[in-house]
Write a protein that binds this ligand. Structure first.
Ligand code: GLY
Length: 361
């Protein structure tokens, strides 16, 4: 880890040009390098390009999951070497979670670590991936198997980029925001539902800034005293035991389900287990499941495939030993991170998820 966690490392800004300019003037890095992806280079980079003086060297990658691998990292390292980056250089990652994850990893390992900053441009990256220091790549078909925990020097979060997102991408990030609310702040959960039901269609992103800030602060609460995830940080995995497995299951079927959307279905499954293990209020689960299915749509996973989901869960890197571990809720806003669940639990919750999808009109 490069430095201590500090809330000031995150700047929420509506004037990213001034804030970024000020930051880069204050800290004199020898050389500045930019990592971005093709889409962002066209849509997001122009928003901030006037901050730079054209001496910066830009490297563009394709931000698809299949390229989140060591070959792409090698290309980034080669680029840095070719352009004579040294230990006083700065890498600026501009893009979604793939760019901030892989850029953070490349920077944290290059010459034993150079500084990097994140400018996340998707909602998912703004409220989750770019914050908290997890960097990484996929390996042997498994997500984020290789990585470091290295904090960026700075993260700039601006809703100006959200205008470029399509609804599905927005909702994927929103799923992680719902998760943050459910594990920590009941009233924030209702604020989010209210936003999506009223302001979202009108794209009132200005109002959304306070919600993003709250969401990031919830993440920071869980990360700040447990950066290496030995305890409390695990709470952020709520919805992910099922969510990761559901995401991988659909990927194997060549159907893309976005990460935050899969997490939402994971949340529904894990809420049912919260009723079983922590007496979570049944009225809430019906209400929340309805809210979520109304926003994210129905899902059906054939019963014959439940064992595939179970096997995927057994390989989850969050497990220790042979047990499948998950996060469950005692109440909205009150989570318990150490729970062991079994095969029956998993089948039962997947059945409930299917049933709910059928029942809701
Ligand atoms: N995405 C969960 C974490 O950063 O711990």
């Amino acid at each position: 880890m490069n430095k201590d966690f500090n809330q000031n490392d995150i700047t929420h800004t509506e004037d990213i040009i001034s804030d970024l300019k000020e930051y880069l003037t204050k800290y004199t890095f020898e050389q500045i390098y930019i990592l971005t992806d093709k889409n962002c280079k066209n849509l997001c980079f122009p928003v901030i390009s006037k901050v730079f003086n054209r001496n910066e060297k830009i490297f563009t990658i394709i931000s698809e999951e299949k390229y989140k691998n060591i070959e792409t990292v090698t290309k980034i390292w080669n680029f840095l070497i070719k352009k004579q980056a040294d230990r006083n250089s700065l890498l600026i990652n501009i893009g979604g979670g793939m760019v901030t994850d892989i850029g953070g990893f490349a920077a944290s390992t290059f010459k034993r670590g150079i500084s990097f900053i994140n400018i996340p441009t998707t909602l998912l990256a703004q409220i989750d991936a770019s914050v908290g220091g997890k960097t990484g790549i996929n390996f042997q078909g498994l997500k984020n198997q290789i990585g470091t925990i290295t904090l960026p020097e700075k993260v700039f979060i601006s809703s100006i980029f959200l205008k470029t997102l399509d609804t599905e991408e927005f909702l994927s990030g929103f799923g992680e925001m719902l998760k943050h609310a459910l594990i920590f702040d009941k009233s924030h959960y209702y604020e989010l539902i209210n936003f999506i039901n009223t302001d979202f269609s009108e794209k009132k992103y200005q109002k959304f800034n306070t919600l993003i800030k709250k969401s990031v602060n919830i993440k920071l609460h869980f990360v700040k005293n447990d950066i290496t995830e030995t305890g409390l940080r695990k709470t952020l995995n709520f919805g992910h035991t099922f969510g990761h497995a559901i995401e991988s299951y659909f990927l194997k079927k060549r159907k893309i389900m976005r990460h935050g959307t899969a997490v939402v279905y994971g949340i529904i499954c894990e809420l049912w287990l919260s009723v079983k293990y922590h007496n979570f209020n049944k009225n809430y689960i019906e209400e929340i499941s309805k809210d979520l299915i109304n926003i994210y749509g129905k899902v059906n996973i054939p019963e014959k495939d439940f064992s595939n989901i179970y096997l995927l869960m057994k390989h989850d890197k969050k497990n220790t030993g042979k047990n499948i571990q998950t996060v469950l809720l005692k109440d909205i806003g009150l989570a318990e991170y150490h729970n062991i669940i079994n095969k029956n639990d998993i089948f039962e919750s997947l059945r409930k998820l299917n049933l709910l999808s059928k029942e809701i009109k």
